[in-house]
Write a protein that binds this ligand. Structure first.
Ligand code: PLP
Length: 377
């Protein structure tokens, strides 16, 4: 039996989402920009999907733009806040996703006026909000704060309310990457002001290659892709109709089942922690254990000669999880997140991540297989 516990990397499509995609493929091939009936119908489907996404975070439909992924959305915000909104200082954390950190490296390399400041993190990886406040009040420069909502490697949740409040007090802009939380955590931009928010369908059982960005109504950004007038001139290129409709369907289902699925994933996580501690001596968990995503469990295994190739061994034993290095195109180099947390490099880190489709039986089986690998000899 193979067991998939890599849902923070990507999730399988739900059958209902597949059905929806098939329906669009079979019935709606028109170009949404065409003014004939086929085109108009396709356009209507896109606007319906936009309504679903906007309702999910309680914003207006005009504030949602479809993109190809969270990476594109994040790039758009970082680039255009500098180009269009006079941002010269960006506060972020050392444990953001590479699509933030590498974009910022690129931007500072090409624009020496841009200052990037990394907020301090606590030993458990939680944002040091006092330090954030101090950084925000220490400069007059136009500042953007970019902090992810849920960390993809260790699962820590950032308190959006606290960050939002601090940003408003200092007149800073606030961007949050919700790739790991949209459809899972409660997000309401009416209650908690956010200037920019980004997400990606494949993290919530939608297809790969489709994402979105929320841009607070007052902000006028130029597109990074120029061409036709799609997405009200914000993102040119013929819309990915099939995937846009599928993303909305996946989000709708995720939200309708949010509480039930969250409870289920929390159960899997709690049980897995208990079973791992009972089975393998010296197990530790990385990240803020009080305030974290229910679907992410970062496990630190004690140093042992048997564990040199732990992730390969798990793979060979039919368990699909991620090494600490996570989504870096299959590389097994040390993760920047583990480095930032000063995790002993002799210990092995594996991220197990769950979805509503996983069962307790699977978790028991994974712990058993981990035990066999770790306790042999
Ligand atoms: N941001 C976070 C927090 C992620 O976990 C990921 C996925 O790996 C991304 C961004 C990138 O998402 P996408 O694959 O849609 O570009």
């Amino acid at each position: 039996m193979t067991i998939y516990l890599d849902n923070a990397a990507t999730t399988p499509l739900l059958p209902e989402v597949k059905e929806e995609m098939k329906y669009v493929i079979d019935n709606h091939y028109g170009n949404p920009s065409s003014i004939h009936k086929l085109g108009r119908t396709a356009k209507t489907l896109i606007e319906k999907a936009r309504k679903t996404i906007s309702s999910a975070i309680t914003c207006s439909v005009g504030e949602i733009f479809f993109t190809s992924c969270a990476t594109e959305s994040n790039n758009m915000i970082l680039h255009q806040c500098i180009s269009n909104l006079d941002v010269t200082r960006i506060i972020t954390s050392p444990i953001e996703h590479h699509c933030i950190l590498h974009t910022l490296e690129h931007l500072t390399k090409h624009n020496l006026l841009i200052e990037v400041v990394y907020v301090a993190i606590k030993p458990n990886g939680q944002i040091d909000y006092e330090n954030l406040k101090a950084l925000l009040t220490s400069s007059e420069k136009k500042t953007l704060v970019s902090l992810m909502h849920g960390n993809n490697e260790i699962g820590n949740l950032t308190d959006l309310k606290v960050v939002s409040q601090l940003c408003q007090e200092s007149n800073a802009l606030f961007h949050t990457d919700t790739a790991q939380t949209i459809g899972k955590e409660y997000i309401n931009v009416q209650e908690t002001h956010v200037d920019f928010l980004t997400g990606s369908a494949h993290k919530f059982h939608g297809p790969k290659g489709i994402g979105f960005v929320y841009i607070y109504g007052d902000h006028k950004l130029d597109p990074i892709l120029h061409g036709g007038a799609q997405e009200r001139n914000m993102r040119s290129g013929t819309e990915n109709l099939i995937c846009i409709v599928a993303m909305a369907k996946a989000l709708e289902i995720s939200l309708a089942n949010r509480e039930k699925w969250q409870a289920h994933m929390l159960l899997l996580k709690t049980e897995m922690k208990k079973m791992l501690v009972d089975t393998i001596e010296g197990i530790e968990f990385i990240g803020d254990q009080e305030n974290s995503l229910n679907h992410v469990l970062s496990v630190s295994f004690p140093p042992s000669p048997h564990l040199d190739l732990l992730e390969v061994n798990l793979d060979m034993n039919g368990v699909y999880a991620s090494a600490g290095s996570a989504c870096s195109s299959g590389t097994l180099t040390a993760s920047h997140v583990m480095d930032a947390l000063n995790i002993n490099p002799l210990r092995k880190t594996v991220r197990f991540s769950f979805s509503s489709l996983n069962t307790l039986e699977e978790i028991k089986e994974v712990v058993k297989r981990c035990g066999k690998i770790c306790n042999k000899g």
